[in-house]
Write a protein that binds this ligand. Structure first.
Ligand code: SAH
Length: 288
């Protein structure tokens, strides 16, 4: 059986009485070159344990199983479990975990499944939960890299440079913890059913150390959120809305001047180093 052949997929799913669920973000790949290129892009090798989210009928799972030491695939849709036990039968290094990736204890799963292996993530993600899934995977601190197919616009936002329209708090978060890079685009006709949007494969090697020194990480991300909360306003107004009860506008204005920023600077022009410098100055004022 060819797991990317539309006729084979229809026959398989028909036999199992399966119908696609939009709510679960189900768009299955039907172009064999794509899962091959995603698995290749993940860098999975024999010494790796790969966590996959949403295997569907297993076309990417099979490509990962050929490269990695072990593949653990978390699938929410119970109707796919009998399908996967049929399609994954040839692979003895694949385990299917029935569950919701957003409710699983990821560190516990990684510890139980990937001991002695380099843990990676590789997945064609359900697009409606891209942001919470990426955040949970990064916050788990378990993985060397994440290679995910997501909506192209979201991939562009994650990789965006300061001062561009795509740049936002999630760009800063992803670029702080990883070094994201778009590998290639995948057009709608590579899937069944076809999604309305173009997709892109994003490779995110997780940083071993922060790209800029940050004393108070929680404060850093509070500053970032404040900077983007009111995009059309100045950074001073954004900071004032978030920190106004602790520091008056004159003090905040002085903090910006101390950082060497123009008075009317906008938050979306700041890079990681500028946000780090701002965080340190604010921390001094907040504790001083
Ligand atoms: N990897 C397959 C299918 C991708 S579609 C392919 O490329 O062809 C997305 C998959 O994620 C579906 O199988 C869907 O059932 C599953 N899914 C959706 N929400 C999920 C969740 N919260 N946790 C785990 N899997 C989920």
């Amino acid at each position: 059986m060819d797991l990317c052949n539309l006729n084979d997929i229809r026959a398989l799913l028909g036999r199992h009485g399966f119908h696609f669920s939009k709510a679960m973000g189900q768009n299955f790949l039907i172009d064999a070159a794509v899962p091959q290129a995603i698995a290749e892009g993940s860098g999975a090798e024999a010494d790796c344990g790969v966590l996959e989210i949403g295997p569907g009928i297993g076309c990417l799972t099979a490509q990962l199983a050929r490269r990695a030491g072990k593949v653990v695939s978390v699938e929410l849709d119970k109707r796919l479990l009998p399908v996967l036990s049929e399609t994954m039968a040839p692979y003895d290094n694949v385990s299917i975990v029935s569950g919701d990736i957003l409710k699983l204890d990821i560190p516990a799963l990684a510890a139980a499944q990937f001991s002695g292996l380099r843990p990676l993530v590789c997945a064609n993600l359900p697009y409606n939960i891209t942001t919470p899934v990426l955040s949970a995977l990064i916050d788990s601190g378990c993985f060397e890299s994440l290679t995910v197919m997501i909506q192209k616009e979201v991939a562009q936002r994650i990789c965006a440079a300061p001062g561009t329209a795509d740049y936002g708090a999630f760009s800063v978060y992803m670029q702080f913890y990883t070094a994201p890079e778009i590998l290639f685009d995948v057009p709608p006709h590579c899937f069944t059913p076809q999604p309305k949007v173009t997709s892109a494969v994003l490779h995110c090697p997780v940083r071993q150390a922060p790209p800029v020194p940050v004393g108070d990480r929680a404060l850093f991300f509070r500053v970032v959120r404040a900077a983007f909360a009111m995009r059309r306003k100045t950074l001073l107004n954004g900071l004032s809305a978030a920190f106004g009860s602790q520091l008056d506008k004159a003090r905040l204005s002085q903090v910006l001047a101390d950082c060497g920023f123009p008075a009317a600077v906008r938050g979306e022009t700041l890079g990681l180093a500028e946000f780090a410098a701002l965080t340190d100055r604010l921390a001094e004022q907040l504790t001083g």
